[in-house]
Design a protein around this ligand. Structure first.
Ligand code: 26V
Length: 799
């Protein structure tokens, strides 16, 4: 039905009538979207079934990627593209007077993630399927994804997100595969044949019902599965509880995604979510394995389970529980299988994000799991004692349970065979600092896997204009083999290529300018430099540094009659966690400076500040292709990797950044002459933290530019904000500027001046842009996933 456009049209019209019960003429874009979605799902069903059957028949090792977040975005466009039917569909629809892009707009983003970690999981799924690797995602089917952001008078307001309001054409509910999950209750211990047995009794049962979504590889028959679990009341209701209360509490488990991506609050619902994900996923993995092999003694030879950050680390005691209590294995056998099955990725070194659960929350909710964690801890501490006799301090610091807390990172390291960071610098910091003691004890576990992003979504789909130019220039091999993008390098200095590149960028800037106008009513100069910072709002990401620089430019333009700048449009997109008040004030600050700058006739020809509301995957796909400058300005050592940096680079933007996260590797790839670097290095930052010596006051007093902008936070310069920016002012001075904003200010201004100068040397800029694209293949998630497959999971393509 997709082999030519006429066949497609016929099938589409027929399907629309049967599905929607109306004639095409009466149909809405949503009807059309649903029709197309259903057709695509049907189209892939044969390959989906075949992939599953093949996996079963061949008994090949498979990986299950457990993640509390999957930030998928929209699926129609990427599915059509991966299936190779986008053009046929687009042409067919055009004949019917329908614009495919309009239909795509009907799809809600699946926003089941906060940011980097969740989007990485989605990129990995795309790469797994595209590389024909047997790998599946396991997550939670949150009824509400990350909140929708509205801006009212410059302040962020959160609204509940409603992605399932109109249904989800991509999912299939599989009630018959539900798994029972047990909370609360107590453990009964008895002796049987000289062996202790454990029974979890009086528990509260929750049904985990799977919803499967197909993950379609690019131009291949592989269709993997993302299994999202939904929490529903069990058939038998608990006797001692009000029925309605039980129902409410059960459904609450998969109701909301937690909107924080750093502050661990120790909320019981969050722990319930984590165990729910783990128990359901492991339950179904083990059931499938038992059906095939009859026992679990060789589980690690056929199954790899990856825990994405510590959120699913309960997979370790849960697998132990099944092997011990259900299979009756010895501790040693169970531990061997568990540690050889599980691997773990760390995504942050920020101490406030490291998960620690109070025992008084953990133990009553998961009594048997807690016992197992205690046993793991005791055996681990005994091993440590043998290795480091008498070294109490070290053992105390490494213990899994200490001072009333269960430390999830320690559990994850001890219970897995591989621990990896997400960029070289990050992994080195883990080994030398954050996880030093563990590295000293078991160095062989530690390894690096530098992040990547799927170039199919972030280049091929998001930027068809640039993709066409690349294919015209070097052929289409880069789509299957992104590292072939390097073949663009010889064209970087070619003036014909440069002109074409400039044209493509201009097209996308015009498109974004149109979107900005529609969303904000603000007209931006399409030939200005589009300078973009889009990411979650966090103090360490230093959106504040960007804003202070804008304030400085504004001040100069107002005060210095002969000062002028090349026109610049500063574009922001960022959600702040609802309870992160400092971050919310930065959002207000961006709006206050935008208000001033955009309304001031004296400056607004040269300077514009735009905040795009509700930053999310689908909006990001419009932003990256239009960017000239990629702001990656975190305090060095704080950003584990960053992945936005890679998406910008792929789309020909040039990085203005610190030596942090994967920026370091972008530098290695493109060279200093193709980036704008500034600021403290990670070593310098860490040495300040260790030895002191930084006094932000000195920078405030000695640099007039700094004093002026910092004072403006509180001196009435922003009349509408009243005293709202006082906490920002205090963070910079009274609290000695934890993130070195003032320390890096002068270097940042200088780097920005360089950006402006180089941008005007058109050929030089375009060459830099082309070189960035050429080297971006390394940052495709295909490379990353291949490394995980070879070095951690030991899985191989199914052909
Ligand atoms: C932590 C928490 C804790 C409280 C409740 C909700 C929640 C949700 C997520 C997280 C984990 C945050 C860690 C994270 O997202 N790290 C980012 O991972 C990216 C992918 O590896 C990486 O590029 C970013 O640099 C890193 O910040």
């Amino acid at each position: 039905m997709f082999s030519n456009k006429d066949e497609f049209k016929k099938a589409f019209l027929k399907r629309l009538e049967t599905l929607c019960g109306k004639r095409f003429e009466e149909s809405t874009p949503r009807d059309q979207y649903n029709t197309l979605g259903n057709m695509v799902r049907e189209y892939i069903s044969k390959n989906w079934i075949q992939t599953n059957e093949q996996n079963r028949a061949r008994k090949q090792k498979q990986v299950y990627y457990l993640s509390i977040e999957f930030l998928l975005g929209r699926l129609l466009g990427s599915n059509l593209l991966n299936l190779g039917i986008r053009d046929v569909v687009e042409e067919g629809l055009r004949d019917l007077g329908i614009c495919l892009e309009d239909i795509e707009e009907c799809e809600a983003d699946a926003g089941l993630g906060n940011g980097g970690l969740g989007r990485l999981a989605a990129c990995f799924l795309d790469s797994l399927a595209s590389l024909d690797l047997p790998g599946h995602g396991c997550g939670i089917r949150y009824k509400h994804g990350l909140f929708d952001q509205k801006i009212v008078d410059g302040y962020q307001v959160e609204l509940p997100e409603q992605w399932l309001r109109h249904g989800n054409v991509w999912e299939i509910r599989k009630e018959e595969l539900a798994v029972e999950v047990n909370f609360w209750g107590k453990v009964e211990i008895s002796q049987q044949n000289g062996r202790l047995t454990f029974r979890h009794v009086d528990s509260e049962k929750v049904m985990a019902v799977p919803y499967d979504m197909p993950i379609i590889g690019y131009h291949t028959k592989t269709v993997n599965t993302l299994r999202l679990w939904s929490a529903e009341p069990a058939k038998t209701f608990p006797v001692h509880k009000d029925v309605m209360q039980y129902k409410r509490e059960t459904e609450a488990i998969s109701e909301f995604l937690y909107p924080d991506d750093t502050h661990e609050e120790g909320k019981i619902l969050r722990l319930k979510q984590q165990y729910f994900l783990v128990a359901a996923s492991i339950g179904s993995i083990v059931r499938a394995h038992r059906r095939q092999h009859g026992h679990l003694y060789e589980l690690h030879k056929y199954v790899a389970i990856h825990v994405n950050d510590t959120h699913p680390a309960l997979a370790i005691p849960e697998l132990m529980r099944i092997l011990l209590d259900e299979e009756g294995m010895s501790w040693e056998d169970a531990w061997h299988i568990t540690t050889n099955t599980i691997s773990y990725t760390n995504h942050t070194t920020l101490s406030e994000a490291l998960e620690k659960w109070p025992i008084h929350i953990f133990q009553p909710l998961l009594p048997r799991i807690y016992m197992i964690v205690e046993e793991i801890n005791e055996r681990f501490c005994r091993d440590l004692w043998n290795y480091y006799p008498g070294d109490w301090k070290r053992i105390e610091e490494m213990a899994i349970i200490a001072h009333g807390l269960v430390k999830m990172a320690h559990l994850a390291i001890v219970g897995s065979h591989s621990v990896n960071g997400v960029a070289k610098l990050h992994t080195e910091i883990l080994k030398k600092r954050e996880m030093r003691l563990f590295y000293e004890f078991e160095p062989q576990k530690f390894n690096n896997k530098t992040n990547g992003v799927t170039h199919r979504r972030w280049l091929l789909k998001a930027n068809p204009e640039l993709s066409a130019l690349i294919t015209d220039t070097i052929g289409g091999r880069w789509i299957k083999e992104p590292q072939a993008l390097i073949e663009l390098k010889p064209y970087a200095s070619d003036s014909v290529f440069q002109q074409a590149l400039a044209k493509v960028k201009q097209q996308r800037k015009a498109k974004l300018a149109k979107l900005i106008y529609e969303k904000t009513g603000i007209v931006v100069n399409e030939s200005s430099i589009f300078d973009v910072q889009v990411k979650r709002l966090h103090a360490y990401k230093r959106q504040l540094l960007n804003v202070l620089h804008i304030m400085y430019l504004y001040n100069r333009l107002k005060e210095d009659a002969i000062f002028s700048i090349y026109p610049r449009t500063f574009i922001f997109g960022a959600k702040a966690s609802p309870g992160y008040y400092y971050a919310k004030r930065i959002i207000k600050l961006i709006h206050s400076i935008a208000e001033k700058v955009n309304k001031d006739k004296q400056t607004n020809e040269q300077l514009k500040v735009i905040f795009l509301e509700n930053y999310r995957v689908s909006l990001a796909e419009e932003i990256f292709p239009a960017a000239d400058v990629s702001e990656q300005i975190s305090t060095a050592s704080k950003e584990a990797s960053g992945t936005g940096n890679m998406k910008f680079m792929m789309n020909g933007a040039i990085t203005l950044g610190t030596l942090d996260g994967a920026n370091v590797e972008i530098l290695e790839a493109v060279g200093e002459e193709n980036m704008f670097l500034f600021g403290l290095t990670a070593d310098e930052v860490l040495s300040y933290y260790e030895n002191g010596g930084y006094r932000s006051h000195e920078y405030y007093h000695h640099d007039k530019r700094i004093k002026q902008v910092v004072d403006q936070l509180i001196n009435g310069f922003f009349p509408d904000a009243h005293d709202h920016f006082e906490p920002i002012y205090d963070s910079l001075l009274a609290q000695n500027d934890e993130y070195f904003v003032l320390r890096d200010f002068a270097a940042y201004v200088e780097a920005q001046e360089k950006v402006e100068q180089v941008y005007q040397e058109r050929e030089r800029w375009l060459k830099m842009s082309a070189i960035n694209i050429a080297h971006s293949g390394y940052f495709a998630s295909d490379r990353t996933v291949q490394e995980y497959a070879n070095e951690i999971w030991d899985i191989h393509p199914v052909k």
